[in-house]
Design a protein around this ligand. Structure first.
Ligand SMILES: NC(=O)c1ccc[n+]([C@@H]2O[C@H](COP(=O)([O-])OP(=O)(O)OC[C@H]3O[C@@H](n4cnc5c(N)ncnc54)[C@H](OP(=O)(O)O)[C@@H]3O)[C@@H](O)[C@H]2O)c1
Length: 269
């Protein structure tokens, strides 16, 4: 049993005795935003990257902009269990065992009390929570069988407490955070590492749609730097930008009266 340690991120080669095979990362939501920038970074660092998203076009252009042969495109809708199982089988067949799985795919649509849409809630929970659960259900048995592997799940600081307009997004990410906390000790016992990445606002196509002020908005390349640093450390949770993370952690500690005094100011008439 081996807990994946810090050195594994900086040296993309398997351990001694396992041949000089390069390391393989599977990233979901690799077509745009954070996942795409992370795929690019890992590929430049010498990883072999299996990139998944629904848009074949996005994945094709990612392959083009990375060092030749480093990134392969595996189009996938993460809400489709059978397709996820098939894609993981194909990745292992073509690229070998996966060392790092970054479950990053997700989406956001605002949901308010006025005009509350159960369909939007369903879509966000289906993608962000159930999509992550679907990926976990396919990758965990493989890692557990080998007694090693590193899973990184992208949640959000918005999952800490309920924030106006995030009635669906926040709920889905709170579920992701809770699920990771529940799985962590057991995975660890079996030699599988789990890292939870909770970003604040990062400049991506997802946040480009927002028409409200986004405190401490971070460029995507900086976010990737933080993620790479976090993956090298052994801490369970990786948060950034640090100022926003501290604010959100404080909000989590506030009693309801004070918490709602803050969030009431965020509601538009
Ligand atoms: N940007 C932020 O400020 C921020 C903050 C906190 C957390 N996050 C989280 O970080 C992750 C990445 O966000 P981002 O900002 O990079 O978003 P983005 O720019 O919208 O990119 C999302 C990626 O996920 C893919 N995706 C969406 N639904 C999918 C599905 N059903 N199956 C497979 N792939 C799917 C999209 O490609 P297709 O549409 O082609 O499938 C796209 O490649 C998300 O989980 C998000 O919640 C982002």
């Amino acid at each position: 049993m081996r807990v994946v340690g810090a050195k594994d991120m900086s040296a993309p080669m398997r351990q001694m005795g396992e041949a000089s095979q390069e390391k393989v990362a599977w990233i979901t939501g690799a077509g745009k935003g954070i996942g795409r920038a992370l795929a690019r970074r890992l590929a430049h660092d010498g990883w072999n990257v299996a990139a998944s998203a629904r848009s074949e076009e996005d994945l094709g252009s990612l392959v083009e902009e990375c060092p030749p042969g480093r990134v392969r495109s595996y189009p996938l809708d993460i809400t489709d269990l059978a397709a996820t199982e098939t894609v993981l089988g194909r990745i292992e067949e073509n690229m070998g065992r996966i060392d790092l799985a970054v479950l990053n795919a997700g989406t956001h649509t605002p949901v308010n009390a006025v005009g509350f849409s159960v369909e939007t809630v369903r879509h966000l929970v289906e993608t962000n929570l159930m999509g992550t659960a679907t990926s976990l259900s396919c990758i965990m048995p493989k890692f557990l069988a080998h007694g090693e592997g590193h899973i990184a799940v992208v949640g959000s600081l918005a999952g800490y407490r309920g924030l106006p307009t995030a009635a669906a997004y926040g709920a889905s990410k709170a579920g992701v955070i809770n699920m990771c906390e529940a799985l962590k000790p057991e995975l660890e016992l079996h030699g599988v590492r789990l890292t939870l990445i909770n970003p604040g606002f990062v400049e991506t196509p997802l946040t480009d749609k927002n028409d409200f002020p986004m405190p401490f908005l971070m460029p995507v390349e900086e976010a990737v730097e933080q993620i790479m640093r976090g993956l090298r450390r052994t801490a369970f949770e990786v948060t950034f930008p640090w100022r926003f993370a501290i604010l959100m952690k404080l909000l989590r500690l506030l009693p309801d009266r004070l918490f709602f005094a803050v969030t009431r100011r965020m509601v538009r008439r």
